[in-house]
Design a protein around this ligand. Structure first.
Ligand code: PMP
Ligand code: GLN
Length: 392
């Protein structure tokens, strides 16, 4: 959305998917799995809708979410991260992680203030900062490792800064922030009186060869004074259409986020919430199997990209691999993606579209990086690789 002109522009994901359809391309643009989550989970949602014994699941859920799901999220935090949360006032269910992110930004970004994030970043951060009347300021993540430069982050803090937006594991680079990096960022926030929203939607999608396993920011001592974390059932269970997410944190901060969330969606689908609660209680081995499948897809795609001279970076987590295109073209990322979808029949997203105001003037490597999604069936990835080999 261009606030100045009032024009509504489709998001980069929608544009890429439309172009893929138009050109009959393999769509490695928008990040959604082409295989649904496990059958027992979708069965649970169906059961929740039709079985009266489950309870009322076809009318408004409580605004903060079904108690059974809040309890399951709290239990999962204890089991996975050793973090204690009160399910009554330290867990709030949202309509996808997207709503949690929106509500947190609107709650914490003061009008006229600056909001810091690492670039590239998830596209809704910039739009939500603008909705809050704040300005998003980017600190670049640099290859080849895309580790967060914590000193550069602190150097970007001004007296106008109100909020830091983190995303770990990171879309699109796959970087998993270390416990030490998170500790230092929490320390910055505490010293400068800032809030943190930490987007952890890929928490369950970390590969075994990652430099670090995921740790929620809430496990950092003292983080609960400044930070809330956001999670997504869509990402965790490969059901992105369900739009169930959660925000966790201290009762004081969550109360502020809740004050905004109640006027966004008010509440969201109870049947999906009930099913997700079952999945968090017992994933039937899904998380491990999903990570193994995603890692195989990543390896297949990375090898194919390397073969045609698109230099893939490491992807430690999530759905995406970013590749440097400079070896085979002088074109900037957006023009190359345009060519790729037309000539090779493969859709991908220029990483510059995930930077502040889609900066065309980025002088550095972000301009020459392209994001490919590997959360696809092996046959789909093989077809994409075949097309790249034939047409590039
Ligand atoms: N944050 C990041 C980093 C994402 O990649 C996405 C997209 N899946 C979201 C948030 C949105 O999550 P949800 O679909 O649960 O709203
Ligand atoms: N999170 C997905 C991605 O990064 C897409 C989400 C969307 O389409 N808004 O590709």
């Amino acid at each position: 959305y261009d606030f100045a002109s009032g024009r509504v522009l489709p998001t980069v994901y929608e544009r890429t998917t439309a172009a893929a359809l138009h050109h009959g391309a393999v769509n490695l643009g928008q990040g959604f799995p082409d295989r649904d989550g496990p059958r027992w989970l979708t069965d649970a949602a169906a059961e929740a809708i039709t079985d009266p014994d489950v309870g009322p699941t076809n009318q408004y859920a409580p605004g903060t979410g079904l108690p059974v799901l809040r309890a399951a999220v709290a239990d999962a935090h204890r089991a996975r991260y050793g973090v204690e949360l009160d399910p009554v006032d330290q867990v709030m269910i949202t309509t996808g992680a997207t709503e949690g992110i929106t509500a947190a930004i609107l709650a914490f970004a003061e009008p006229g203030s600056e909001v810091l994030t690492f670039e590239p970043h998830y596209d809704s951060y910039g739009a939500c900062a603008a909705l809050a009347g704040a300005e998003l300021i980017g600190v670049p993540l640099r290859g080849p490792d895309f580790r967060p430069d914590v000193e550069a982050l602190e150097a970007a803090v001004t007296e106008r800064t109100s909020l830091i937006l983190l995303n770990t594991p990171h879309n699109p680079t796959g970087t998993v922030f270390s416990a030490e990096e998170l500790r230092r960022i929490v320390d910055i926030a505490r010293r400068h009186g800032l809030r943190i929203m930490c987007d952890e939607v890929y928490e369950h999608l970390v590969f075994e060869d990652a430099a670090h396993q995921h740790q929620t920011i809430l496990a950092v001592p003292g983080a609960d004074e400044v930070a809330v974390a956001v999670g997504s059932a869509g990402k965790s269970f490969s059901v992105t259409g369900w739009k169930v997410g959660w925000v966790t944190g201290s009762a004081r901060l969550l109360n502020q986020v809740r004050g905004v969330k109640q006027f966004l969606s008010f509440s969201s689908g109870p049947a999906y919430q009930w099913a997700v609660a079952q999945g968090l209680r017992d994933d039937h081995g899904f998380f491990a199997a999903n990570v193994a499948e995603l890692a195989a897809g990543r390896d297949l795609l990375r090898a194919g990209l390397a073969d045609v001279g698109l230099r893939p970076h490491r992807a430690e987590a999530g759905y995406f691999v970013v590749a440097d295109i400079r070896e085979i073209t002088d074109l900037p990322g957006p023009a190359f993606c345009d060519l790729l979808v037309r000539r090779a029949g493969v859709a991908a997203i220029p990483v510059s579209a995930l930077t502040i105001q889609h900066r065309a003037s980025l002088d550095d490597e972000l301009q020459h990086l392209v994001r490919f999604a590997f959360c696809k069936d092996p046959a789909t990835l093989e077809e994409a690789v075949r097309r790249l080999r034939t047409h590039l």
